[in-house]
Design a binder for this molecule. Structure first.
Ligand code: GUN
Length: 291
């Protein structure tokens, strides 16, 4: 039987409808309009697209949005000054500095400068620490999106073996953490694999739920998974262009060989991707409610 497709694009639409109502209520009952500031430094085309999508999502939902585009040679001091100004701006509830930053800027120092209550990415060490002890106000956007997808597709994580491939600070480490939290967290048994893991397939074959976030197109193949696995593919890799110049995307999972063995799987595009920006909007609303 064909695997169930976990359609993030549809779930994302549903959550945005829920958020629209929450935002209207916040405005009417409390006179608060959620506000998000985005900062883009430099000309990276991918980052430009992502920041544009975030701005558009704000506009569609009625979130006040302030975007600042800075030249690639902006100094770290100037960027830190801007973050400080936004920390002090009461109309702004969330601050997002698009990563990666140019090499001459220390991204850690910039993330540390964001007021933790406005850190809607959940990258600040205070928020990362709160996440680890299950006490966070915010959850990081992509891992939060994954948890929400599983919940809304009624895929239980309790007692399951979750194998995460990839140890990034943005996806791998936080999703492993959310999965091992006691209820209402994932309550799963978690294995975290990375580039230092020997014989990766030994681990991926034992996964009830396999989450892959490595940034390598089609890295996980059908022979590396067991029958009935639930597959969450976080990868969005550009592997070419159509004759019309549109990007051809592939996940980190080889969909064609894995899908026949899976019970459920996220497609690329239209799986995890659309959830990330939606959960950023959610965090901005959470921050505004707490203000
Ligand atoms: N670059 C790639 N993903 C992200 C993200 O989730 N947040 C920020 N700030 N930068 C990114």
């Amino acid at each position: 039987m064909a695997a169930q497709l976990i359609k993030g694009a549809e779930v994302s639409k549903q959550i945005r409808e829920e958020l629209t109502k929450e935002i209207e209520e916040l405005k009417e009952k409390h006179g608060v309009t959620p506000g998000l500031a985005t900062i883009l430094v430099g000309e990276d085309p991918g980052s430009k697209v992502y920041v544009g999508q975030k701005e558009k999502a704000c506009n569609n939902l009625g979130i006040y949005s302030v975007r600042t585009d800075l030249p690639a040679d902006t100094s770290e001091a100037d960027l830190l000054d801007l973050v400080k100004k936004l920390n002090d701006d009461s109309k702004i509830h969330g601050i997002l500095v698009q990563l990666p930053l140019p090499k001459h800027i220390d991204a850690t120092r910039v993330i540390y400068a964001i007021e933790p209550d406005k850190d809607v990415d959940c990258f600040h060490p205070v928020n990362v620490g709160k996440l680890m002890i299950g006490a966070g106000r915010f959850l990081p956007c992509t891992p939060h999106g994954i948890m929400e997808l599983l919940k809304r597709y009624d895929i239980a994580t309790e007692g399951k073996h979750v194998v995460v491939v990839g140890r990034s600070n943005i996806v791998g480490k936080p999703i492993a953490n959310l999965m091992l939290q006691p209820p209402p967290g994932g309550n799963a048994t978690v294995t975290l694999c990375h580039t230092g893991t020997k014989d990766l397939a030994t681990y991926t074959k034992t996964a009830d739920i396999l989450i892959v976030a490595v940034g390598q197109p089609k890295m996980v193949t059908g022979d590396m998974v067991k029958e009935g696995v639930v597959v969450i593919d976080v990868g969005v890799n550009r592997i070419g262009k159509t004759p019309e110049g549109k990007a051809i995307l592939a996940g980190d999972v080889d969909f064609d060989s894995v899908e026949p063995k899976a019970s459920a799987i996220t497609p690329v595009p239209g799986g995890v991707g659309p959830m990330t920006i939606t959960m950023l909007m959610k965090n901005t609303v959470v921050a505004a409610k707490a203000s």
